[in-house]
Design a protein around this ligand. Structure first.
Ligand code: L34
Length: 297
């Protein structure tokens, strides 16, 4: 089988075109969405992601600010800064890029963000709303992007067996909750596997849709999937490659070359889930601005 390559850049582009138009319309009513992104420390991958978020804002006409703080920033300093933006009406969304330095408690930080500005969907109020399927919540960007990729590539999860590998709060747990909702674009049967799962292949081979989010380069091999599976690769791992220009290259959690021979459809890395994460952040920021300004959906 020759797999359909699910092009995240293309899907992201069409959603961004929709958003651009919507934002232009909002500006006519005097509303410009605003996003502040806060990054603490120098993690190189985080720097890249945060830069891309700023660029996407510029492209779409969202007001944005990126605050870069040194790794030594104290938890209290960060909490105070969040409080400042909670009270600043210019900004509809506040995002604190993860991971944070070890001395800062992540849960304390996420709890401090005003849930109505939590465009990452990581505040427990939004997590709870997601679980019960409430309309007025912000869905976390990566899993929401995965759902859009599936639907827009013609691979609706309805009635399918989705197997997720990974149980993180950013991807594994939320994608499970989103896809099992009784709702359009969901209605799946979902199984989660993780690092302590016994006989993982026994589960992954049953998947109609396999979502890999473990952070281990090339973890999923061809012998772990069945013919005709749809594969979503959430991994973004930088590995050494002496043949590459700068000595490294990006690979996913899936051994793309072998798995694509068996799959019906598969996302590449880069150019799969990554661009969707950023695009859904833009979508959440627009949603926040509408809520804050009482604009129609
Ligand atoms: N608070 N922290 C918070 N929110 C998030 O939504 C994130 N995430 C994850 C890490 N920490 C976070 C991101 O922004 C992962 N993530 C993310 C964002 C963008 C990309 C990948 C991960 C992305 O654009 N990936 C490109 C390649 C980028 C490169 O060249 O390195 C791609 O095509 O996959």
């Amino acid at each position: 089988m020759v797999a359909q390559i699910i092009n995240g850049n293309e899907v992201a582009k069409s959603i961004r075109a929709e958003l651009k138009e919507e934002i232009a319309g909002m500006k006519m009513s005097g509303v410009t969405p605003g996003l502040v992104v806060i990054i603490v420390g120098e993690d190189p991958a985080s720097q890249v992601y945060v830069r891309k978020k700023g660029e996407a804002c510029v492209e779409l006409g969202i007001d944005s600010e990126t605050i870069r703080l040194p790794a030594e920033t104290t938890e209290q300093e960060l909490l105070d800064l969040i409080e400042k933006y909670n009270n600043d009406k210019k900004f509809d969304g506040i995002l604190v890029q993860l991971p944070l330095p070890k001395h800062i408690n992540e849960q304390n930080v996420l709890l401090r963000i005003d849930p109505s500005k939590d465009v990452d969907g990581f505040h427990p109020v939004n997590v709870g709303k997601m679980v019960v399927g409430a309309e007025d919540c912000y869905l976390p960007c990566t899993p929401h992007g995965i759902q859009e990729l599936l639907v827009r590539s013609g691979n609706d999860p309805k009635g399918k067996h989705v197997v997720v590998i990974g149980r993180s709060n950013i991807v594994g747990k939320p994608i499970t909750n989103i896809l099992l909702q009784k709702a359009p674009g969901a209605d799946a049967t979902v199984t989660i596997c993780h690092s302590r799962t016994q006989n993982m292949s026994g589960f992954t081979k049953q998947a109609d849709i396999l979502i890999a989010a473990i952070g281990v380069p090339n973890f999923v091999k061809a012998d772990m999937v069945r013919e005709g599976v749809v594969v979503i690769d959430v991994g973004v791992n930088r590995i050494n490659d002496p043949t590459a220009k700068n000595g490294t290259r990006l690979v996913g959690d899936v051994d793309f070359e072998s798995v694509k021979e068996k799959a019906k459809a598969i996302t590449p890395v880069p150019g799969g889930v990554g661009p969707m994460t950023i695009t859904m952040l833009m979508k959440n920021t627009v949603k926040a601005a509408k809520i804050h300004h009482n604009l129609k959906k």
